[in-house]
Design a protein around this ligand. Structure first.
Ligand code: GDP
Length: 439
């Protein structure tokens, strides 16, 4: 899907010419590719608008080209479009965990039940599958076979009330020690009789009381996934969405973004007919793939480390100019936590050696203390951040409570701040030393 995006990225990064023009040309390519993938036009326009605005406004940190920075923006905005930063929670939060699979006939529900069973069996869970589909001839046999293949237990009845069958199946499998139970339901009636299908869903859900209702959607329906998800959600609140047949359609982008809009999390995508072809859906990984990189990873990594270096440089600059506030210390702590102790990065960063030379205390700060100090600073008001001297006993108590630390901790941080400031004053007077440090 969307090989075109990858080509557009490569063209943008290699191409010359005026930056603004290149951005617009790239965004036109991106729009075309997203629309080809059946992403809703309004979503397409809104995401490309945000990218453009940021691309023209944001200053990349030193050492990062505007074009590299632009690709980072594209990455971030597309991740938002496809559901956000969060990784899907695939591990059951507790056991036993009961998943009810719903969806229209042909969406790939039964196959997905088998795939889920296989997925959880391989992760070490005892899994049971229940077939409650009495409408589709062959559904029972199909799921029974899949259960065997996946190494899961099976319960099914070919006739009777689906809700009762599901209930009996659940009870029996739990008794046999199942930790994850997956209940497959009828998709039935195609489109004409959706009302009856939803009715049956509700009946099963009320008897089974599942921990998670997972809606299975065929990717080829594209952006119609949104209204489908909404209709199901109204009848039985949907906890997660599984998009199947991502391998067989160019419209996968539509289904994914439409489903993301409903607010339900897309948890898995199906990428083939065999049991192992199911993967947790992580927008970040997915977008990285669309943008065509391995390379993206290293680009983002490089930008991250340059940003941190620049934070540290800014902190050093503040110190030099005698502008030490709690914000300075926060920056310093943040950079240090990511980069490790200052000592390690001295060779890399001119600013850091400056800080370290006046501030040996910082070299010895442990991880735990840094974490506590950052929490303390996060609990301060703007006024306190800029003028730490106003922090009296009463404020200290408030800050300690707000940050889950002790007054002692707050006092220690304030002492650190005062020492840093005093040292800085001395240092400033010592012009010779400053010159020796090359400032
Ligand atoms: P149900 O009616 O919803 O239970 O649908 P089935 O599980 O019987 O699947 C319908 C068809 O879709 C079958 O031929 C499956 O092999 C196929 N199918 C299901 N998931 C996928 C997938 O992720 N990729 C591909 N290519 N085919 C799939």
């Amino acid at each position: 899907m969307m090989e075109g995006v990858r080509r557009a990225v490569a063209k943008f990064l290699k191409g010359g010419g005026v930056y603004e023009k290149a951005v617009d040309a790239f965004l036109r390519d991106l729009q075309r590719e997203l629309i080809k993938a059946d992403v809703n036009v309004k979503l397409v326009l809104s995401v490309t608008r945000s990218i453009r605005e940021r691309a023209l406004k944001e200053e990349p940190p030193p050492g990062v080209t505007r074009r590299d920075w632009m690709i980072k923006i594209v990455y971030e905005e597309l991740v938002k479009l496809f559901g956000g930063e969060q990784e899907p929670q695939v591990e059951p939060p507790k056991t036993p965990w009961v998943i009810l699979l719903v969806g229209v006939q042909g969406s790939g529900k039964t196959t997905t039940a088998g795939k889920l069973a296989y997925y959880y069996v391989r992760r070490g869970y005892k899994v049971g599958l229940v077939s409650s589909d009495t409408h589709r001839p062959g559904a029972y046999e199909q799921l029974k076979r899949l259960a065997e293949e996946a190494g899961a237990m099976f319960y099914g009845e070919k006739e009777g009330d689906p809700a009762d069958i599901a209930r009996r199946g659940l009870e029996e499998l739990l008794q046999r020690g199942a930790e994850v139970v997956i209940v497959d339901t009828a998709g039935r009636h195609g489109h004409g009789e959706e009302a009856k299908l939803l009715e049956e869903m509700r009946a099963i859900a009320s008897k089974v009381r599942p921990d998670e209702v997972a809606l299975v959607i065929d990717a080829s329906i594209g952006q119609k996934a949104m209204s489908l998800a909404e209709r199901f959600h109204k009848s039985t609140p949907i906890g997660s969405i599984i998009i199947t047949k991502m391998d067989g359609t160019a419209r996968g982008g539509g289904a994914l973004t439409a489903a993301a809009v409903t607010g339900a999390r897309i948890k898995f995508i199906g990428t083939g007919e065999t049991l192992s072809e199911l993967e947790p859906f992580a927008p970040r990984r997915f977008v990285a793939r669309i943008l065509g990189m391995g390379d993206l990873e290293s680009l983002l990594e490089r930008i991250r480390s340059l940003e941190e270096a620049s934070e540290l440089d800014k902190a050093a600059e503040d110190v030099l100019k005698g502008r030490i506030t709690m914000r300075t210390i926060y920056r310093q702590l943040k950079a240090m936590r990511k980069l490790g102790p200052l000592g390690k990065v001295l060779q890399m960063l001119p600013g850091a050696s400056m800080l370290a030379s006046i501030d040996e205390g910082a070299l010895k700060l442990g991880e735990e203390k840094m974490r506590r100090w950052m929490a303390i600073i996060e609990s301060m008001t703007y006024e306190e951040l800029d003028r730490p001297d106003i922090i009296d006993k009463r404020r200290m108590r408030r800050i300690a409570i707000g940050s889950g630390t002790s007054v002692e901790d707050v006092r220690e941080l304030l002492t650190y701040y005062k020492n840093l400031k005093t040292m800085m004053k001395k240092l400033k007077r010592d012009k010779r030393l400053l010159r020796r440090l090359g400032m």
